[in-house]
Design a protein around this ligand. Structure first.
Ligand code: HEC
Ligand SMILES: [Cu+2]
Length: 423
């Protein structure tokens, strides 16, 4: 029993290693640079393959000679001193010329790719201004008049030309699945372009800031959705306009208050708004049922922040709009259609409810997380420039409690209802 255990333990270990190795071949790799989702990624992958092949050949040959030499010429007791040699012109020429030839094989495609990717983007490109902020991303589409944040939409098959800028420190724009990574540098514009494959119908990719930029650098993520050109046009046309405000926020179900439905002040305006909204065509949003699991973040939410469902259900979008419009929010955020709200410090909230994530891909965009975020963004994202706004909340940056001007839970529920209505 104990004896037969030994080989089976070894077999077990081998099997485990094999399983781990094989596991690396399956599964979802949302941040892989080896997916050929764009011309850029394909070109880089081609170079990678060349380097890997040449590197492996050189490694195997050099190691083989080394091992052979070590064994063949090892010291043996009593052996005579080996033959001494000094210099060998043939060998010297060989080990200069062969690497030189290999380098040429590597250099030619590399330089070709450098020139291709550094060239100016074609004139037919879609222009996207990427503006890095500590610690979120602003995306502007000057040809479409669209400003959004943290969720980048691109049409398949059309070159996207990114003009990379920063509002503060250095950042770096990187969507691994599409290749390319380039820094956002103060006081200059860098460019990067790639063409998502025209065969793509709808894919979602992760993006990440790739240049250390302060406390929440690791929390400076974004999502990229590549969709068909028609879907993109629909998305852009909708994002350009105002939100379909008035659509009752989907989360607090109407059934929550069956007995007192007509008494609520929000109910009446909700009805009006619903009929209003019926006339408005809602634009394309990446379909929820096609979202890969990695799009929705699972960052743990610090306890004691989110409002409970009952409080959230009482949220009223109209009162929320009024509260929002007289709060500090308007100094930092813009909402197209709300003339009070023209701030440019924080993300544009015009269509915030059409996004799946908040806080630069750190949390899912739902009522619970929004309420917690408004209450105490800084407890959820270290160093965040969005202040702590919940009444009696501890602001970890100011090192003090919010007293005057802080929002109460019912007020936050109202503001959340308003934000949830901004589809
Ligand atoms: C001092 C400026 C400032 C004020 C005031 C402010 N915010 Fe923000 N807000 C920000 C910044 C900056 C961010 C981005 C933070 C990050 O992701 O790191 C942000 C992010 C957000 C987000 C997430 C948006 C997204 O797409 O990720 C929401 C929602 C939001 N704020 C709502 C509000 C509301 C509601 C108020 C008022 C009650 C408010 N903010 C007040 C600066 C501000
Ligand atoms: Cu950054």
């Amino acid at each position: 029993m104990t004896r037969s255990n030994r080989p089976s333990a070894r077999t077990g270990a081998l099997l485990a290693i094999l399983a781990v190795a094989l596991a690396a071949c399956g599964g979802q790799y949302p941040n892989s640079t080896f997916l050929h989702w764009s011309d850029f990624a394909t070109d880089i992958d081609f170079l990678w393959d060349r380097l890997l092949v040449w590197g492996t050949i050189v490694f195997v040959i050099v190691e083989a000679i080394l091992v052979y030499t070590i064994i063949r010429f090892r010291a043996r007791p009593g052996a005579p001193e080996p033959k001494q040699t000094h210099g060998n012109t043939t060998l010297e020429i060989m080990w200069t010329v062969i690497p030189a030839i290999i380098l040429v094989f590597i250099a030619i495609p590399t330089i070709r790719t450098i020139f291709k990717t550094q060239a100016k983007a074609p004139a037919s490109s879609i222009e996207v201004e990427v503006i890095g902020h500590q610690w979120w991303w602003e995306f502007r589409y000057p040809q479409y008049g669209v400003v959004t944040a943290n969720e980048l939409y691109l049409p398949a098959g059309r070159t996207a030309n990114f003009a990379l800028k920063t509002k503060d420190v250095l950042h770096s724009f990187w969507v691994p699945n599409f290749g390319g990574k380039r820094d956002l540098i103060s006081n200059r514009t860098n460019y990067l372009w790639f063409t998502p494959n025209d065969t793509i119908k709808a894919v979602a990719a992760n993006g990440q800031c790739a240049e250390y930029c302060g406390d929440s650098h690791a929390n400076m993520k974004f999502r990229t959705y590549v969709v068909t050109p028609a879907d993109f046009e629909s998305w852009a046309a909708h994002q350009k306009g105002q939100a379909v405000f008035g659509v009752a926020p989907p989360e607090p179900p109407a059934a929550a208050a069956p007995g007192k439905a007509p008494a609520k002040k929000g109910a009446a305006s909700g009805e009006v708004a619903l009929s209003e909204s019926a006339a408005v065509v809602t634009g394309f949003v990446f379909p929820a049922d096609k979202l890969p699991a990695y799009v929705i973040p699972r960052t743990p939410l610090p306890g004691g922040l989110a409002l409970d469902d009952a409080t959230l259900a009482k949220g009223n979008a109209d009162s929320g709009k009024a509260i929002y419009s007289r709060s500090t929010c308007i100094g930092c955020h813009a909402i197209n259609g709300n003339p009070m709200s023209m701030g440019i410090i924080g993300p544009n909230l015009t269509h915030v409810a059409s996004r799946y994530t908040i806080a630069a891909g750190l949390y899912p965009n739902d009522a619970r997380h929004l309420s917690a975020w408004i209450k105490n963004a800084r407890a959820m994202k270290p160093g965040s420039l969005m202040p702590t706004l919940g009444m009696e909340m501890w602001d970890p940056m100011m090192k003090m409690k919010v007293t005057t001007g802080g929002l109460t839970d019912p007020q936050i529920a109202d503001v959340v209802a308003y934000l949830r209505a901004l589809k």
